[in-house]
Design a protein around this ligand. Structure first.
Ligand SMILES: Nc1ncnc2c1ncn2[C@@H]1O[C@H](COP(=O)(O)OP(=O)(O)OP(=O)(O)O)[C@@H](O)[C@H]1O
Ligand SMILES: [Mg+2]
Length: 171
């Protein structure tokens, strides 16, 4: 499936990319966020939720595992599996109950949940790059491919508007 990479020079660019992605995401989507400690995963989710209309504070779910939001009548769960001792913690925490075909799951550290984590529609990988970050968006389902296509230019524009030196590294 298709993927695209954009350079994010500063945290505001990461938030703006999250806001852009909002326009492709639909109820039921599973979005995984990969990247090491401090890569910018929560920052991207903050931009995404703000664009969806969430007005409350978006805290990292590192200690709570899941933080839930309902902007504009949507059901959004932000998960962070970093502190899992074993993949079966997914079951023990009752996270399967969150998968219902209409709630949107945004999952940090999905690798910690192993095979219990549902297959993503969209995979977002963040990596350190100089003082900024490189974000790679990968569509993993036909609906995500369509969504990514629909915002193709928007994703590029959003990063470009903040950073003229944006590098699109997609093949
Ligand atoms: N494009 C960027 N350039 C520079 N710094 C950034 C960028 N995006 C985010 N940051 C900064 O990186 C720091 C860590 O961000 P964040 O908490 O979102 O990371 P995380 O991937 O969620 O980490 P964790 O794995 O610990 O949950 C924050 O200070 C944030 O402002
Ligand atoms: Mg985080």
């Amino acid at each position: 499936m298709d993927s695209r990479t954009v350079f994010l020079a500063e945290p505001e660019d990461t938030r703006r990319l999250g806001a852009t992605i909002t326009h492709a995401i639909e109820p039921g989507w599973i979005v995984t966020l990969l990247g090491g400690l401090g890569a910018g995963k929560t920052t991207l989710v903050q931009g995404l939720l703000a664009e969806m209309g969430e007005r409350g504070r978006v805290r990292s779910p590192t200690f709570t595992i899941v933080e839930s939001y309902s902007p504009a009548g949507m059901e959004i769960h932000h998960l962070d599996l970093y502190r899992f001792q074993a993949p079966t913690d997914w079951i023990d925490a009752g996270l399967d109950d969150l998968i219902n075909g209409r709630s949107i799951l945004l999952i940090e550290w999905p690798e910690q949940g192993g095979t219990f984590v549902p297959a993503p529609d969209l995979k977002i990988t963040l990596a350190m790059c100089d003082a900024g970050r490189l974000a790679t968006l990968s569509a993993c389902s036909p609906r995500a491919q369509k969504g990514l296509d629909s915002l193709g230019m928007a994703a590029e524009n959003s990063a470009n508007s903040a950073n003229a030196a944006n590098r699109d590294l997609s093949p």
